[in-house]
Design a protein around this ligand. Structure first.
Ligand code: ADP
Length: 584
């Protein structure tokens, strides 16, 4: 996997890529928004000029000019407001489009990523990519656009001030530059504090989730005070950081006021003498003040953007890391589609190590003739699920080969392979859609009648019909209110509809009630008939129904045979059997 990391990415690289891939294509909107910004800046500058003119007109009691004044003011402020509105609405459209584009790209990358990549990170952390990280990037873009407007406003205001009196303007600028030094120091401190706060927020969220997710554990073991204590520490240290941040932030405004006062005092001193000797008018002085007032707000905004941009960069690099995932399980350039197979499955000296290096399979040899059922049994961690993962190529074998009807799985296209594999697993997920759709996912394009037939074969038709909306009942999140047995039958219906030659069946470990057990047994018989089936078995009935039992231990098949043969051997299988079914 290629990962961009926050420290390795410069601002120019990070935002340059954002610009090239997501922003540049909106150049038309950006151009119009830019024009609006220009209008805004120009009208702002005109406000400075108009203020000077107005005050002089008042001073001179110029009735003719004053009659025009209201119209002049409107002629400046109305376009200024309109330009601001147009710029803001255009930008919000562009920014949210970019945001949604990024979300779509990330979700696409996530869906096509190797299972290995998806399992590297907790889902919550991947989820945060779509909310917190993207939100931060959007804020940077938002502020970035505002900064352009701010710079334009400052330039406009200063140009007018220069025109009124350049000596004064340069003097004022010098005072502002003087003010920048302490403000920059504060900025650097804020940046460090906010990084600490970000990390602290992460810890705090983890703590809160612990309390929520582990509610049952917490209550049973009476861990409330322990949880409260550790979480309170976390709340308190976040508070401490916030106080420090606010302390720093609180200094900025008074400092600006102080410098503003200094500038004003200098101005009064300087202009006072010049007005007295007739070099400057009162209007000049007022225009100047208006210019300062107009420029000071955007000056503050510019300071904030730098801190934010570096936070945004960290978010961007997390986003890029997700977008740039290099998949290892991909179609070879010369991959052919797998023709419909009968289902003869072979493992030849298959070894497999997970990306973290843990050896999960150490030489699996297994031939399953088409249509037969093989039960995998073994302690947890023996490698049963890993064997499963190799068949639809969620992972590729590290060495050795897996073939289906003699075709090496790595030489066929992923789509054609996966179309011929059905999976019924313990965590048979139901998606938030109708029951009909949930079964229908088994085979896109299946008709309603086919879906209902599949449900009937899976012994699910009856309980579905009892629902108020039958097959059109929508599932709530987490699978609504279905029992374990009902969910399994829905998963079986989906697999029946799929009608794939190869079936992977991961039995639930938890016991079902006797009625469900009987219904499911019948459903499974219909499902496995005529299919090559690999089953991670936990039920005696499934084991007895299979053609071959393989007992696995530490990544190897250590025993194979029928139930009677393996009991006779009195080895691993016999142990497991006694453990699981309590028989001697
Ligand atoms: P079983 O299904 O028999 O319980 P698994 O196939 O899940 O066993 O696990 C086999 C071995 O591989 C175990 O040692 C397990 O810890 C390891 N393993 C399983 N999944 C992963 C994974 N995603 N990353 C790293 N190691 C894994």
């Amino acid at each position: 996997m290629h990962s961009a990391d926050a420290d390795g990415l410069t601002l120019a690289q990070g935002y340059g890529r954002l610009w090239r891939t997501y922003v540049r294509r909106h150049w038309r909107s950006l151009l119009v928004a830019g024009l609006m910004t220009l209008i805004y800046a120009v009208t702002t500058a005109l406000m400075v000029r108009a203020t000077a003119w107005l005050v002089d007109a008042f001073d001179a009691r110029d009735a003719g000019a004053l009659a025009w004044a209201p119209a002049v003011i409107l002629a400046i402020t109305l376009p200024r407001g309109a330009a601001l509105y147009a710029q803001k609405t255009l930008n919000i459209r562009t920014m949210t489009t970019i945001e949604a584009d990024l979300q779509k790209a990330m979700y696409g990358a996530l869906l096509s990523a190797d299972l290995a990549r998806m399992q590297q990170e907790p889902p919550a952390s991947l989820g945060a990519r779509f909310t917190a990280d993207i939100g931060l990037v959007r804020e940077v873009m938002d502020r970035g656009v505002n900064t352009v407007a701010a710079v334009a406003t400052i330039i406009g205001a200063f140009t007018q001030m220069l025109l009124i009196d350049w000596v004064l303007t340069l003097g004022t600028m010098a005072i502002f530059l003087l003010a920048m030094t302490p403000i920059n120091t504060i900025g650097a401190r804020l940046k460090r504090l906010s990084r600490q706060a970000q990390a602290q927020i992460g810890q705090m969220t983890a703590k809160v989730n612990e309390g929520l997710g582990g509610a049952r554990l917490a209550k049973t073991y009476r861990l409330e005070s322990y949880l409260a204590e550790t979480a309170n520490e976390s709340f308190d240290s976040l508070r401490g950081l916030k106080v420090k941040m606010m302390d720093q932030q609180a200094r900025v405004e008074p400092m600006m006021e102080a410098f503003g006062g200094l500038a004003l005092a200098g101005l009064v001193l300087f202009v006072g003498t010049r007005i007295a000797n007739g070099t400057n008018s009162i209007g000049d002085f007022s225009g100047f003040l208006a210019g300062l007032a107009i420029a000071s707000q955007p000056m503050r905004k510019i300071g904030a953007i730098f801190t934010l941009a570096s936070q945004g960069l960290a978010a961007l690099s997390r986003i890029y890391a997700l977008l740039d995932v290099q998949n290892t399980v991909v179609d070879r350039p010369d991959a052919r589609p797998l023709p419909r197979v009968s289902g003869a499955l072979s493992f030849r000296d298959v070894h497999f190590a997970y990306p973290d290096g843990s050896m999960a399979l150490r030489g699996i040899d297994l031939d399953i003739p088409a249509g037969q059922t093989v039960a995998l049994v073994g302690r947890s961690g023996a490698g049963k699920s890993t064997v499963f993962n190799l068949i639809p190529r969620l992972y590729d074998a590290t060495s050795g080969s897996v073939t289906l009807d003699g075709h090496d799985l790595r030489e066929v296209t992923l789509a054609s392979l996966r179309d011929q594999v059905a999976l019924v697993s313990q965590d048979s997920v139901l998606l938030t859609d109708t029951i009909a759709a949930n079964i229908g996912f088994g085979r896109p394009g299946a008709s309603r009648a086919e879906i209902e037939d599949a449900a009937r074969d899976a012994a699910a038709h009856e309980f579905i019909s009892r629902l108020p909306n039958g097959f059109d009942t929508r599932l709530g999140e987490e699978g609504g209110s279905f029992s374990g047995g009902e969910r399994q039958r829905l998963a079986i219906a989906r697999a029946i509809l799929r009608d794939a030659p190869v079936l992977l069946l991961d039995e639930p470990t938890s016991a079902l009630d006797a009625e469900s057990e009987a219904a499911i047994r019948g459903a499974l018989k219909r499902l496995t008939a005529g299919r090559t089936t690999l089953v991670i078995a936990h039920r005696l009935s499934t084991i007895l129904d299979s053609d071959l039992i393989c007992a696995m231990d530490q990544g190897r098949i250590v025993e194979r045979g029928t139930h009677a043969e393996l009991l006779e051997r009195n080895g691993l299988y016999a142990d497991l059997y006694r453990l699981q079914f309590g028989k001697g």
